[in-house]
Unconditional design. Structure first.
Length: 471
């Protein structure tokens, strides 16, 4: 099965200030950051799930009553909401609800912020300060949205973040409210496998500045990850089970085992941050969702299946292969359908809601419940063995290729030394298979090999069933 990493671009789309453009992984198959206080609420400190939801009522032809919308959020069990504008009516209605709140500075205000601290302070005093003393638990402000892309003003982001942080410090709110910037995945390059991911050279300068700011202020990276987009654009090259958390057999990246697309996307970003000097950068997901209509891949069944799989993964508190045991914190996108959204990318833009625009629930969700029936974190052991129907001549050609400098480049002198003659080809084939992370195409050798879950080891001829370094 081939593996590819394709740069998939989603055209700019206006959605409550969202400009969406990103490159996502398509797969067939130094500095210590202290976690911000709101990322470790009481429930998180006890290792319990933490899932929020994006709430936008501005692109509805018949907007829901604000109090009704917020009551619906509470009823579904979400811990927090994220809004794209600091609408006073919404922020006031969130007071006393127990919901944590992240709101946003619109993209069109970033230039003013970067040029004038007074502009940032004035905005803070007008939109945020009045609510902080009235029971609205504002714990983060997103400065702009998804601006790390060509021609989208990404050089304005960090100066605006710095200005808002200074304004928060002036008002004594900088420890309570963290400054972030949600970014699409288009800042990544070389996304397969995840450990090879790097920040696109175009954005290295600004991304380095942003990470330095986040690290210095005790904040975190916010990633908007949508497996839906690479899946729909891949032309069948992405496994459905891999996209849907359905026990896909997965692949190894060195000693890390990947069974779903979201984990691979997140870890790609973490590897890229590490290569810029931030191996411990904290993160959360700012947007993640799967639409229910408007595209062949956007169905009610797929949306429910993906969302349930994602929530089960988050509820299990397993983290990702690169950050095992570090709970995934996320805001699902989004609470309600918005029928006035720009559909330049596709009609599916109107159908990301967990509820219809009239407030009706689309399907049941176990938002913060106990995860059930998760696939094991590691697959069964697998071996690559000689195909019994293959001729000696054909097998000899496969072994020669694996051991030649112009082929597999393996030093075969010590491979299979304790195996009888008939097992040596299997020993070589299996060594190559494990070295390549158990990818199916690594066990072909012109049809002379096959994958098995039955251990072929005999006597002193012991063959590994997992890549070296994996227990």
């Amino acid at each position: 099965m081939p593996r590819v990493a394709l740069p998939t671009r989603r055209p700019p789309a206006t959605s409550a200030g969202r400009v969406v453009k990103f490159a996502l992984l398509v797969l067939v198959v130094t500095n210590v950051l202290v976690a911000p206080q709101f990322l470790v609420p009481a429930e998180a400190a006890r290792k319990k799930p933490w899932v929020g939801v994006n709430l936008s009522l501005g692109l509805m032809s018949k907007p829901l009553d604000v109090k009704t919308a917020i009551a619906t959020v509470k009823q579904r069990g979400f811990a927090a909401v994220k809004t794209f504008y600091p609408v006073p009516e919404v922020l006031s209605a969130l007071a006393g609800t127990g919901l944590q709140v992240m709101t946003s500075v619109p993209n069109d205000r970033l230039f003013d912020f970067g040029k004038s601290d007074a502009a940032a302070l004035g905005w803070l005093d007008e939109y945020i300060v009045p609510h902080t003393g009235r029971g609205t638990n504002i714990i983060g402000i997103a400065v702009g949205n998804e601006l790390m892309g060509p021609g989208t003003g990404y050089t304005l982001v960090v100066p605006a973040m710095e200005a808002l942080y200074r304004a928060l410090k002036t008002r004594g709110l900088h420890r309570r409210i963290k400054v972030v910037h949600p970014q699409h995945m288009g800042f990544l390059a070389n996304t397969y496998p995840p450990s090879k991911a790097v920040v696109d050279p175009l954005y290295v300068g600004e991304m380095s500045k942003m990470l330095a700011f986040l690290n210095r202020t005790g904040s975190f990276a916010v990633l908007n990850c949508y497996p839906f987009f690479p899946f729909k654009d891949a032309g069948g090259k992405i496994s459905y089970d891999y996209a849907m958390y359905r026990g896909y057999k997965g692949f190894y990246d060195a000693t890390r085992y990947y069974q779903n697309l979201m984990d691979a996307m997140l870890d790609g970003a973490l590897w890229a941050f590490e290569k810029l000097g931030y191996p411990n950068m904290q993160y959360m997901i700012g947007e993640a969702g799967w639409p229910t209509g408007g595209n062949a891949a956007a169905t009610m069944v797929n949306s429910k299946r993906w969302t349930a799989g994602f929530l089960a993964r988050a509820n299990a508190l397993r983290g990702t292969p690169k950050r095992p045991g570090t709970p995934i914190r996320a805001f699902l996108f989004e609470m309600f359908d918005e029928d006035l959204k720009d559909t330049t990318p596709g009609q599916f833009e109107k159908h990301f809601g967990l509820h219809y625009a009239n407030g009706t629930k689309k399907y049941e969700l176990n938002v913060l419940g106990v995860a059930k029936n998760l696939p094991p974190s590691k697959p069964p052991r697998m071996w690559c063995v000689r195909n019994p129907t293959a001729t000696d001549a054909a097998v000899g050609g496969g072994v020669s290729w694996a051991c030649s400098k112009d082929g597999g480049g393996m030093d075969c002198a010590k491979i299979g030394v304790r195996c009888r003659e008939g097992m040596k080809a299997t020993a070589v084939y299996n060594a190559w298979f494990q070295k390549q992370g158990q990818t199916r195409e690594a066990c072909d050798f012109g049809g002379t090999a096959k994958v098995t879950v039955r251990n072929p080891s005999k006597g002193m001829c012991l063959l590994h069933g997992r890549p070296l370094g994996v227990k």
